[in-house]
Each structure stands twice: as C-alpha cells, then as structure tokens.
Design a protein around this ligand. Structure first.
Ligand code: HEM
Length: 380
C-alpha cells in the first residue's frame, strides 16, 4: 500500500505488516504481544488513577477508597490496574518459560533475552513501589521489610536505606518518591520494550523447531495479527474473570487496613509474583547472603545464552533437557508456595532444597547437559 511507504508508517509496516515471520510459530509466540497489551493497559489505567489519587500519607488510603466509591468507574480502573499487574506477570513469566523451552535466548537473540531480563527487573521494581501507593498495612510493612534489606550492605547499608526512605522510616517522603518513580518507570519499560522488539526484528523471530529459517516466512499481516488477536480475546476473558468476578483474590486483605507504623501484621507476605524470590531470600540464614542469592536468581537468567552449551536450541530435539525443564518449572512453583508459608519446619528445609536446586540447575546441570547430549550423539 502506498500510504505505508510514508517514513513513520513504514516503521509500522516493517514491524507489524510486512514483517517476515516464520510460518510455524504457534500461540506461545503470542505472549510477547500480550505483554505489550498489558503494558498499555497498565499505563492507561494508571494515568486515570493518578488523576484522583493523593500522594500523602494522611490522604493516600482515603483517596483510593474515594476512587473505588465516588469516581465514575473508579472501581473498574483500580481493579484493572491491580489485577493487571498480576496479569502482566503471568504473561511475562509464560513469555520467559517459552524462551526457556524453545531456547529462544540462544544466539542470535541473546541480546533480546538479556534486555528482557533487564525489563523483568524494571517490572519487579515498578510493581513493588506501586504496591506501596494505596498505603495499606502490607504497603507500609512490605516496603519496610524489603527496603531494610539494603542495610545488609557492609558499612554504607544504613546510610543507603535512610537515603532511599528520605528520612528515618518509610513515610511521606518515601511515598512521594515512590509515586514519582512509579509514574516514570513504565515509560522506561515501554522504551526498553521497543528496543527489545527492534533488536529481535534485526535477525527475525525464532520458531518452535529452533532452526534458522530464511525461506519459510510469511508476512505478519494478516496471519499472525489474527492469531495474536485470538490470543488477546482469550486473555481478556481470563483477565475479566479476575477483574469482574474475584478482584481481590490475588491481593492481601491486610491492605484494606490503613497503614499503621505502630501495628505490625502477623505475616508480611509480598504479592504472589514475588514469592519464589522471597523464598530464596528467606532460605539463607544470613541477611546479606539472602539478598545476594535473591538478586543472583534473576541475574543468572541473563547469563543463560552464555551458559547454553549446545547448538540445538529447541527442546523438541532435546529429550533429556525436556525432563529437566519440567523440574525447574516445578522448582519455581515449589519456591512460590514456600514464599507464602511461615518460616518454620518443614517449609524452611523444602525452601532450602528448592533454592539449591534452582542454582544447581542453571550453573551446573545446564552447562553439563549440552556436553552430555553431544557425547551421547557421538556414540550413537
Ligand atoms: C514488558 C515486557 C516484555 C514485552 C512487552 C516483550 C515483548 C516481546 C515481543 C512483542 C516479542 C515478539 C513476539 C514473541 O516472540 O513473543 C518478544 C520476543 C522475545 N522476548 Fe520479550 N517482551 C517482554 C519481556 C521479556 C522478558 C522478561 C524476556 C526474557 C527474560 C524476553 C525475551 C524475549 C525473547 C528471547 C524473544 C524472542 C523470541 C523468539 O523470537 O524466539 N522478553 N518480546
């Protein structure tokens, strides 16, 4: 079409219309598109929420109730935004697990993956500071526990915590800076996501077979546009089940109690999407060690393209890897379960075994597995 030759529209054309797409990619490749949709939903609902929200410790909690009760469709905006964060994490975790299964992280898409891990870190930060804004009990105490972890840094830890808080406890200054950053970060994530897609489109998308296919490609429109929109429809139904029918199931009831620095909740639990990392943090009986392990649990993902030790990408052709893939998925689920449990036996032990397995998998099993597979092939 002539109109698509215009400079700006040609970008749309190159990436969404005529983009050469491997013919065999399936629905697991829709999660990137769904992640983009989630980001747009979060930004739009967030902008409208910010019009009615008040960033002050005396008013924040009441302003959220005002949004829920007085603002036209305020309840919908809030439920879409709060549940939208969970949906975003579900979609991005599926996107990452797709990458692990099909070896999407391997060269030439290694920088797409590494940037993806950075995006995941930014998402975690954004969700964490966003949860502080309603100024409920979990907001205050979650923020206090997690920011306090920085005090484990030798010598300067306490000073950094005071600097992060803007005072000597999580208070008004903290709430203000968290709001400011919570507004800013999604735009940085959006920019990073555009770069993520631009780098991907230089070499082109991978495919379930993990082979380089330069011949079997068709244009993105209409086939994959239609496919992604079917995925979007199913996703909207799934999302609506939470937002309309059970909007508080993924949250914690304590966050409907206004923050009170004088009363500590019985259990301080983060949102479900942080639980595996929280389990790793608590599995190490040393504060600094726990913090380092938790950060490494994400950083190790970024190193995957360099840990990968075989030319074969997709697990379709790696039967032994396939078994291990399901063990690491189970391990993440177990860590998620342990993260929500009290710190007592037998949960401590299960958490420690799962944490050790997590690192052994990425740093021991994966590098060895490629070599074992090559050896088995050579003696066949
Ligand atoms: C805001 C978050 C993210 C957005 C909006 C996003 C968006 C996308 C889109 C639209 C694609 C192309 C379609 C597809 O392959 O699904 C893609 C591909 C990809 N993404 Fe992401 N992504 C995000 C986060 C991540 C994360 C956290 C990782 C990994 C840690 C990651 C790794 C990849 C990889 C390796 C590909 C290439 C897959 C292939 O072609 O085989 N992405 N992403």
């Amino acid at each position: 079409m002539q109109i698509l030759k215009q400079p700006l529209l040609s970008i749309v054309n190159d990436h969404l219309v005529d983009y050469p797409t491997p013919i065999n990619i399936h629905y697991a490749w829709s999660f990137g598109f769904l992640a983009s949709m989630c980001l747009i939903i979060q930004i739009l609902t967030g902008i409208f929420l910010a019009m009615h929200y008040t960033t002050h410790v005396d008013l924040a909690f009441a302003s959220v109730e005002h949004i829920m009760r007085d603002v036209n469709f305020g309840w919908l905006l809030r439920y879409l935004h709060a549940n939208g964060a969970s949906m975003f994490f579900i979609v991005v975790y599926m996107h990452v697990f797709r990458g692990l299964y099909f070896g999407s992280y391997a060269a030439p898409r290694h920088w797409v993956w590494a940037l993806g891990v950075l995006i995941l870190l930014l998402m975690i930060l954004t969700a964490f500071i966003g949860y502080v804004l309603p100024w409920g009990q979990m907001s205050l105490w979650g923020a206090t526990v997690i920011t306090n972890l920085v005090s484990a840094v030798p010598l300067v830890g306490d000073s950094i915590v005071t600097w992060l808080w803007g005072g000597f406890s999580v208070d008004n200054a903290t709430l203000n800076r968290f709001f400011s950053l919570h507004y800013l970060l999604p735009f940085i994530i959006a920019a990073a996501s555009l770069v993520h897609i631009a780098i991907l489109h230089q070499d082109g998308s991978g495919n379930p077979l993990g082979i380089d296919s330069t011949v079997d490609k068709i244009s993105f429109h209409p086939y994959f546009i239609v496919k992604d929109f079917l995925g979007l429809t199913l996703f909207i139904i799934f999302f609506a089940m939470f937002a309309y029918f059970n909007p508080n199931i993924l949250g914690h009831s304590d966050n409907y109690i206004e923050a009170n620095p004088m009363v500590t909740p019985a259990h301080i639990v983060p949102e479900w999407y942080f639980l595996p990392f929280y389990a790793i943090l608590r599995s190490i009986p040393h504060k600094l060690g726990g913090v380092i392990a938790m950060v490494l649990a994400i950083v190790v993902l970024a190193l995957l393209p360099w840990i990968h030790s075989t030319e074969i990408r997709s697990s379709r052709f790696r039967p032994i890897y396939r078994v291990f893939y399901w063990t690491i998925i189970s391990c993440c689920l177990i860590l998620g379960w342990i993260g929500g449990m009290p710190v007592e036996d037998p949960y401590i032990l299960i958490g420690q075994v799962a944490s050790i397995f997590y690192f052994v998998y990425f740093l021991g099993i994966l590098p060895l597995l490629g070599k074992v597979e090559k050896f088995l092939l050579s003696i066949k």
